[in-house]
Design a protein around this ligand. Structure first.
Ligand code: TRP
Length: 457
């Protein structure tokens, strides 16, 4: 094997890096519009239950598998269950990374474009006019070259951070960006709450509307609780593999989930207070960020600054998440194939960028492949949507469920507890509770996956 494994520089650095992975487009873009369309805090309550009852136990399991084996997913499962099929759970994770990062990189590019537009005053003609804003967004994502160039730029940045390594790349950037994200969001939230009529946004977000909560919103909440804490593809296994035994895994996992949830709520507050104060449509759905916000921020005094702040913080959140996905791919080649970090990053980073280009082109960008990748690609979904749904509805929940089952039936509770108790002093871990939550997590996910797949049969 090659030299020493890379390590995090500090306990806090690890937490910020893992929270950086968790906090992403999922928190700032997906969560607010999902809550807006699915019953406000009724959705949030279900999501909180999912994240604390299902998500938490799987985050802990992923950390433990990584730290125990000091390997990324494929090698980790192989080491704990030599010669078995379990390593395919690791491969599923690497495959999921390709699927997620392909479209994530495209959205990352959109964000870059929006930073530049806001700084250059490109939004000023959109003030109070969501239709114009929608037309501008549509024209951009449906064009051929411009989104590709921004995506390339975003992916290039990701590769550059990853080439700089665990401590010098991931940890360094996350430690700078996480505090900035919180500060910028807090400023935007305070601005929103103090606008006249802003408080209506708070009641929209926090009043439960159970009548808007459908069974599919519950599935959505569970899927989102996986996506938002980066579960089910071995991101947390990989990040855990750079840990030394001193870290308290239980505390760290709790911190990460709490930070992730607070940032999602803060994003919801910042967005809905502003949207309500300026009388825009809160139930806009996925267009909330790219369509509604440019038209509302520009109505405020200093609109350019508010819009730029928002897209800059969204960019930082997206970057610290995207790198964590790329790291899973890179670490596979480093751990299993003994490749150098640079070569591994460049190869897998380039492949995923090319897949992402097809996602982008599937939205309407010419060169005649749209007919094939566009809305008729699969059951009325574009290639972009297929990659998004395939990962969040199937691959991640299956990966997470298999991880929980792995700990229960293969690694087994005593071995797992031994790993968990390293770094935890002062209190005893309740074996029954740990086992119970894992069984509960695996069953809930299995139930949901079966429900999701049922319509296909
Ligand atoms: N959690 C990130 C978000 O909320 C996305 C993400 C990063 C992710 N790494 C992941 C999702 C791994 C699933 C698996 O935007």
């Amino acid at each position: 094997m090659n030299n020493q494994r890379e390590r995090w520089g500090s306990k806090l650095g690890f937490i910020l890096a893992a929270a950086g992975s968790a906090v992403g487009i999922g928190n700032i873009w997906k969560y607010p519009h999902m809550a807006g369309q699915n019953g406000g805090s009724a959705f949030t309550i279900i999501y909180l239950i999912c994240i604390f009852l299902v998500g938490l136990s799987i985050v802990i399991a992923e950390f433990a598998i990584g730290r125990k084996t000091q390997l990324s997913p494929v090698g980790a499962f192989e080491k704990l269950a030599p010669g078995s099929y379990w390593k395919y759970v690791g491969f599923l994770g690497v495959a999921s990374a390709f699927v997620i990062l392909s479209f994530y990189g495209v959205v990352g590019g959109w964000i870059l474009k929006y930073i530049i537009e806001s700084l250059s005053g490109g939004f000023s003609s959109l003030a109070g006019n969501p239709d114009a804003s929608s037309a501008m967004f549509g024209a951009f994502v449906e064009s051929t070259w411009s989104p590709l160039i921004y995506q390339l730029f975003f992916m290039g940045l990701c590769m550059w951070v990853i080439i700089n390594g665990v401590k010098g790349g991931i940890e360094k950037w996350s430690s700078v960006m996480m505090p900035l994200i919180i500060i910028l969001l807090a400023v935007l939230a305070v601005r929103g709450v103090t606008l006249e009529g802003g408080m209506k946004g708070i009641s929209f977000l926090f009043n439960p509307r159970f009548e808007d909560l459908t069974p599919s919103s519950i599935v959505l909440a569970l899927g989102h609780s996986f996506f938002t804490v980066s579960l089910g593809m071995g991101t947390m296994i990989t990040y855990g593999s750079y840990l030394e035994k001193k870290q308290n895994l239980l505390n760290s996992a709790l911190w990460i989930i709490v930070i992730d949830t607070l940032i999602a709520l803060l994003a919801g507050i910042a967005i809905f207070t502003t949207v309500f104060a300026l009388g825009a449509n809160p139930a806009e759905g996925p267009g909330l960020i790219f369509v509604v916000l440019p038209s509302v921020f520009t109505q405020l005094a200093g609109g350019t600054i508010w819009a730029a702040m928002f897209f800059i913080l969204l960019f930082m959140a997206a970057l610290t998440s995207a790198i964590s996905i790329l790291e899973v791919q890179t670490a596979y080649l480093i751990d299993q194939k003994n490749w150098s970090r640079k070569k591994a990053t460049l190869l897998f980073g380039s492949i995923v960028t090319v897949i992402g280009m097809f996602c982008s082109l599937s939205l309407g960008g010419g060169i005649n492949i749209t007919g094939f990748l566009g809305e008729s690609f699969f059951l009325g979904e574009t290639f972009f949507d297929v990659m998004d749904n395939l990962s969040s509805k199937y691959m991640l929940p299956i990966g997470g469920m298999m991880t929980a089952i792995f700990v229960l039936v293969k690694w087994k509770i005593p071995g797992y507890l031994e790993e968990l108790s390293t770094g935890v002093d002062g209190y005893a871990i309740n074996a029954g509770l740990i086992k119970g939550t894992l069984i509960f997590a695996a069953s809930v996910v299995a139930f949901i996956i079966i429900n999701e797949l049922a319509p296909f049969f």
